[in-house]
Design a protein. Structure first.
Length: 319
C-alpha cells in the first residue's frame, strides 16, 4: 500500500548532512507483486512467460518506471529529487513513453516545449498520436516546410505510412531531385553486391558525398562493412555515439539514424524486416527513407515487400 511505499523514500542525516534515501529495488519488487498493476501492463508475453518478476537488481528497462514512482512519492513528502527547471525542451518526443513525459512534465514551472513528428516514431513504446500524451498541450505550431529531402523522396515516403489520419505531411518542399530507386536482388549477397556498385558510382561522381548503408540487423554490419572494404570502399560501422560525419561510408541499423541526414541512403534487409511484423514498421521505414537529401536506394529480395506494394509506381524508379 501507499504507506509502505512512502517508507522507501525519506531524508536521512549522514554526518550532519541531509541525504535522500531511496530503496528503488524494494519499490520495484513490491510493485511487481501487485497483481492489478501486472494485469494492467500485460504481465505475460505471447509465450506465457512472466515479464515482470521480483529481482535482485534494477535493470535498464525498469528505470523510467522507477523514476516516475520516486517522483510521485517524493512529491507527497515535499521532497525534491530531480530538481525543477524554468523551461524544458523535449525533442523527438514521439519516441517517449507517456510515463516518461509525465515525469518530465513534473520538473518545470508550467513551461515546456515539445518537438516531434509522430510519422517518425521508430520505437514501439512511443505514441501514435499527440492525444496519447498525458499532458495538456496549450498551443501547437505545425511546421510544414521540408528542408532535408527532395519532393520526390517525400512523395514516396508519404505513401509508406499505413494510418495517415494523424500524420502531418510537408506542405512545401524546398528542392527537386531524383526519384527513389527500388531494385531487385536474388539474395542478400546479391543485394549487397549491387549496393557496392551503386556506391562506387556515387563516389566516382561525388567523392565527398555522405553515404549511409542501413540494415535492420546489427549482426550483419560486420559482413557489410567487410564487403565494402574488400571492394575498395572506405567505410566504418557507425553507432549513435561515434558518427564521423566524413566522406567515409557509414554502415549502421535503421534505428541509429533518427535525426540525421545523408546525401545518399541505401536500404538493405527490408524483406527480412517485414517478417518481424513490427507494429510501427511503416514509421521506421518512413524515417529511414527521409534521411536522404538527394536519393534513396532500396533493395529487395525475391518479392516486392508489402510496404512497397501500396506505393504508386510512378513515384519511384524500378531497376
Amino acid at each position: 500500500n501507499k504507506s509502505q511505499l512512502i517508507k522507501a523514500i525519506a531524508m536521512d542525516k549522514v554526518d550532519g548532512e541531509s541525504l535522500l534515501r531511496i530503496d528503488g529495488l524494494w519499490i520495484l519488487n513490491l510493485l511487481y507483486t501487485y497483481h492489478p498493476f501486472l494485469e494492467h501492463i500485460s504481465w505475460h508475453d505471447s509465450s506465457g512467460q512472466a515479464r515482470y518478476v521480483p529481482r535482485t537488481r534494477i535493470d535498464h528497462s525498469d528505470q523510467y518506471l522507477l523514476a516516475w514512482l520516486i517522483q510521485k512519492l517524493a512529491q507527497d513528502g515535499n521532497l525534491n529529487v530531480f530538481g525543477n527547471y524554468d523551461h524544458v525542451v523535449v525533442d523527438e518526443v514521439q519516441d517517449l513513453m507517456p510515463i516518461q513525459l509525465d515525469l518530465i512534465n513534473s520538473l518545470h514551472n508550467n513551461s515546456m516545449t515539445l518537438v516531434g513528428d509522430v510519422s517518425q516514431r521508430i520505437f514501439d513504446l512511443g505514441v501514435d498520436s499527440w492525444d496519447q500524451f498525458p499532458i495538456n498541450i496549450n498551443h501547437t505550431y505545425e511546421l510544414t516546410m521540408c528542408h532535408r529531402s527532395t519532393l520526390q523522396t517525400i512523395l514516396f515516403a508519404n505513401e509508406l505510412l499505413a494510418d495517415k489520419e494523424d500524420n502531418l505531411y510537408s506542405a512545401k518542399v524546398g528542392k527537386q531531385g531524383e526519384k527513389p530507386c527500388v531494385f531487385q536482388a536474388a539474395n542478400r549477397t546479391d543485394a549487397l553486391s549491387k549496393v557496392v556498385g551503386y556506391v562506387k558510382e556515387v563516389k566516382k561522381q561525388a567523392p565527398m558525398a555522405s553515404v549511409a548503408i542501413l540494415n535492420y540487423r546489427k549482426r550483419d554490419l560486420n559482413w557489410i562493412n567487410n564487403t565494402l572494404g574488400q571492394a575498395g570502399i572506405n567505410s566504418y560501422i557507425a553507432s549513435r555515439s561515434d558518427w564521423e560525419f566524413s566522406p567515409r561510408v557509414a554502415v549502421t541499423t535503421y534505428h541509429q539514424v533518427k535525426g540525421l541526414e545523408f546525401d545518399y541512403v541505401f536500404v538493405l534487409g527490408l524483406n527480412d524486416y517485414q517478417q518481424l511484423k513490427v507494429p510501427n514498421m511503416d514509421k521506421v521505414i518512413y524515417t529511414v527513407v527521409t534521411r536522404a537529401q538527394k536519393r534513396v536506394y532500396i533493395a529487395f529480395c525475391w518479392e516486392l515487400p508489402e510496404i512497397l506494394k501500396g506505393v504508386d509506381t510512378d513515384l519511384y524508379l524500378r531497376l
